[in-house]
Design a protein around this ligand. Structure first.
Ligand SMILES: O=C(O)CCC(=O)C(=O)O
Length: 370
C-alpha cells in the first residue's frame, strides 16, 4: 500500500514500509486476559435490557432494545480464542503481511471537484456490496485465509446466537441458515484517527443478520436511535408517524396518540396532514440534535458483534472509532443475489462456506465449565 501519482507519464510512487504490529502488543497490562472469561467495558442506558451469559470462551452481552424485534450481541473473546491457531492473533498479523486489497475507495460524490475518498481502507469479498463505496469485490476462491476463516467463524457465531435466542439447537438453525448464510465479507482497515461515522446496515437486499470480527486496537461502537425517530419530527417540522420507540422523546404522549393518528391517516388525509404539522409544536419536539448513545461497546481484539433484525437498522444507527494504531473490522452479511442489478452481479461463483468452523469445540477442557 502507498501512494501512486495518476498524472499521465508521472511515475511517482511511494510505498512506505509497514512495521508489523505484533498481536502480543495488543495485550493491555492492566486488563486481565486469561483462559477464563474476559471482563466487559460495555455500557448502556436504562431502557436497554442486558442479558449476560458465558459459553465457548466468550462473555456474551446480549442487548435487547424494547420495541425492536432483534438483538445486538457482543461476544467478548478470551485468551484461548485469541491464541487458537489461525485465530485472531494470527489473522491480525496475516492481514498486515499480505496485501488483501485494502484501499481507500472513491465515494463517487459530485459535491466536490474530483473524487472524494473513504477515510478508512476497504475491500469486499464474495457477493458485491455496493452501498458504502465503489468497492471492488473479489472471489472467495484464492482469498487470504483471514477472509475465508472469518466467514466461517461468523457463520458459526450467528447460528449459535440464533439458536440461543430461538430456543433451538444449532443443528436445527444450521438447516434454516444454509440458504441465507453469509455470502460476503467486507474488510475495513483503520489507521490512527480513522473511523466510520453513524450509519445503518439496512439497505435493500441485505439479510437481517450482520456480524463483525474485530481485530487489533479496541474499537468503540456506539449505537443510538436515529434523530428522525428519536425526536419524531423532520427538519421541515413535520411529525414522523412511525410507531414511537421506547426511549424516544415524548414517548408516552406519542404512544398515546399513535392509534388515533393511524386512523386519521386512513379516514381524512387533509386533517391528517394538518395534525402532522401541529403535533411537533404541541409536544415541543426538537427538530435538531441527536439522541444520546443507547449502547456503547468496547470491541476488543478477537471480539464478535452480531446485530439481528431489520427493525434495528430502521430505527438505530451505529458508528465505530478507536484510539489505537491499527484496527481491522471484518463484517459478514447475506446479500440477496436477486437484489443486484445485472451490472453489479459477480463475474465469479459465490460458493457455499466450506470452512465448518465450530467455536464450541475450542478449549473445552481449559474452561472446565462446558
Ligand atoms: O468497524 C466496525 O467495527 C464496524 C463496521 C461497520 O459498521 C460496517 O461495516 O458497516
Amino acid at each position: 500500500m502507498g501512494w501512486e501519482c495518476q498524472t499521465p507519464n508521472c511515475n511517482f510512487k511511494k510505498v512506505p514500509a509497514h512495521t508489523l504490529i505484533p498481536a502480543v502488543s495488543l495485550r493491555e497490562p492492566f486488563w486481565p486476559l486469561t483462559a477464563s472469561y474476559t471482563l466487559s467495558r460495555d455500557t448502556h442506558v436504562p431502557f436497554i435490557k442486558l442479558n449476560v451469559s458465558f459459553a465457548h470462551n466468550y462473555r456474551i452481552n446480549q442487548f435487547m432494545i424494547p420495541g425492536i424485534d432483534g438483538f445486538i450481541t457482543h461476544l467478548i473473546a478470551n485468551k484461548t480464542v485469541l491464541e487458537e491457531p489461525g485465530g485472531p492473533d494470527d489473522m491480525f498479523e496475516a492481514i498486515q503481511r499480505n496485501d488483501i486489497g485494502l484501499r481507500r475507495r472513491s465515494l463517487g460524490s459530485g459535491v466536490t471537484k474530483g473524487d472524494s475518498y473513504t477515510r478508512h481502507f476497504l475491500v469486499n469479498y464474495g457477493m458485491p456490496y455496493k452501498f458504502i463505496a465503489a468497492t471492488a469485490s473479489s472471489s472467495f476462491e484464492g482469498a487470504a485465509s483471514p477472509i475465508t476463516d472469518t466467514r466461517s467463524r461468523l457463520n458459526w457465531a450467528a447460528k449459535f446466537l440464533l439458536a440461543q435466542e430461538q430456543g433451538k439447537s444449532v443443528e436445527e438453525i444450521a438447516e434454516e441458515w444454509k440458504s441465507k448464510e453469509f455470502n460476503e465479507v467486507l474488510a475495513l482497515g483503520y489507521f490512527e484517527n480513522q473511523r466510520i461515522n453513524y450509519h445503518d446496515d439496512g439497505e435493500y437486499g441485505l439479510g437481517p443478520t450482520i456480524a463483525t470480527l474485530s481485530l487489533g486496537a479496541p474499537g468503540t461502537m456506539r449505537i443510538r436511535m436515529k434523530a428522525k425517530h428519536h425526536h419524531g419530527v423532520s427538519s421541515a417540522g413535520i411529525y414522523d408517524n412511525d410507531a414511537p420507540m421506547p426511549g424516544c422523546a415524548a414517548y408516552e404522549a406519542r404512544l398515546a396518540m399513535h392509534p388515533e393518528l393511524q386512523a386519521l391517516q386512513q379516514s381524512d388525509s387533509k386533517a391528517y396532514k394538518i395534525r402532522l404539522k401541529q403535533i411537533p409544536k404541541e409536544l415541543k419536539l426538537k427538530r435538531s440534535g441527536q439522541a444520546r448513545d443507547a449502547i456503547t461497546m468496547t470491541l476488543g481484539h478477537g471480539d464478535i458483534m452480531v446485530m439481528h433484525g431489520a427493525e434495528l437498522q430502521k430505527y438505530y444507527e451505529h458508528s465505530v472509532d478507536h484510539t489505537g494504531k491499527l484496527r481491522f473490522a471484518l463484517t459478514c452479511r447475506y446479500i440477496d443475489p436477486e437484489s443486484l442489478e445485472p451490472q453489479d452481479k459477480p463475474t465469479y461463483e459465490v460458493k457455499p462456506d466450506m470452512g465448518e468452523y465450530d467455536g464450541a469445540k475450542l478449549g473445552v477442557e481449559a474452561m472446565g465449565t462446558e
